[in-house]
Write a protein that binds this ligand. Structure first.
Ligand SMILES: [Ca+2]
Ligand SMILES: [Ca+2]
Length: 302
């Protein structure tokens, strides 16, 4: 290679460029270490469960970060082989199995339509909990317009949050216009309709809980099949503000036969934690970039 004079204008400008790039890389590294605090807290992929077995009959239930003890209640929800597959771009594919209610289930009110598992302190939300939590799961409705909700409850079974399909034309609790025909969500005792018509494909729910220790200052955002892979939260979403949330139990509620399937219940501290495939550590990518710069520099200095 032809060697340029040390003071040649091209060498000088290359040095300036390298210095600028290295300085930029340092800034990126600082930013990356800040955003790297995001964390996947829990993933329930229904891995290690036995297909054809009721969740409440799994004893001991497979160990899953964020939960404690066995599933209880429910004489309907069982494991089915294979993971639900969501078609949206960028979603981190599931593993293991999924759960649901078989078509053969009698689907009666008294057969225990809710199967629950208690959270441990890493997921439990009390009135003193602060910060941001994200929850996502896959939901596929079956052929019955029945109450099919993933719920978060307190130990007494009071419903604090839920999303899926609420009642259609049943009397009683949570009846909302078009419930059961469009996707619904509920926060404390209020139920809301997304206006999105229910279908039988696999849908992705993502929920953000903004938690405050002050009274009446918790906010909830619900996304249905949002765009994935952005730098932070996607735009849109259904918001409920100024509420108080406390929960310590995951509750899969389904009172019908062949009503719904659930899978990949993920908790994290960022939107991407609970939705997108893991990307290379920013630090590792940066080291690769710096290595390339050093190599270039060596070549230039020859
Ligand atoms: Ca799965
Ligand atoms: Ca609160």
């Amino acid at each position: 290679m032809k060697t340029l004079d040390p003071d040649h204008p091209i060498r000088t400008s290359l040095k300036v460029l390298l210095k600028t790039l290295l300085a930029s890389a340092s800034i990126i590294a600082i930013l990356a270490s800040t955003s790297a605090q995001a964390e996947l807290l829990s993933t329930e992929s229904f891995d290690g469960y036995t297909p054809g077995t009721l969740l409440s009959a799994e004893s001991p239930a497979p160990t899953v970060a964020g939960y404690t003890g066995n599933w209880s209640g429910g004489l309907s929800q069982q494991t089915f082989a294979g993971s639900l597959a969501y078609g949206g771009a960028g979603y981190a594919a599931g593993t293991g199995n999924h759960i649901g209610v078989p078509a053969s289930d009698p689907g009666t009110w008294w057969d225990g339509g809710e199967t629950v598992r208690t959270m441990d302190s890493s997921l439990t939300v009390t009135s003193a909990t602060t910060g941001t939590r994200y929850l996502s799961w896959l939901f596929q409705s079956g052929t019955e317009a029945q109450y099919q909700m993933l719920l978060l409850t307190d130990a007494a079974g009071n419903r604090k949050f839920g999303a899926g399909l609420s009642f259609n034309d049943e009397g009683g609790y949570d009846v909302i216009p078009n419930g059961g025909l469009t996707y619904d969500y509920e926060v404390n005792t209020a139920a809301y309709n997304t206006g999105v018509t229910a279908n039988t494909t696999v849908n992705l729910f993502v929920v953000k809980f903004d938690l405050s220790a002050a009274a009446g200052a918790d906010n909830v955002t619900v996304w249905l099949n949002p765009t994935l892979g952005g730098p932070g939260d996607p735009t849109g979403g259904f918001e409920v503000t100024g509420t108080d949330l406390t929960f310590d139990t995951l509750d899969i509620a389904d009172y019908g036969a062949n009503s719904a399937k659930w899978d990949e219940i993920r908790w994290g501290t960022s939107f991407n934690d609970v939705t997108t495939a893991p990307i290379p550590e920013p630090g590792a990518a940066l080291l690769g970039g710096l290595g390339m710069l050093a190599l270039l520099r060596r070549r230039r200095n020859r």
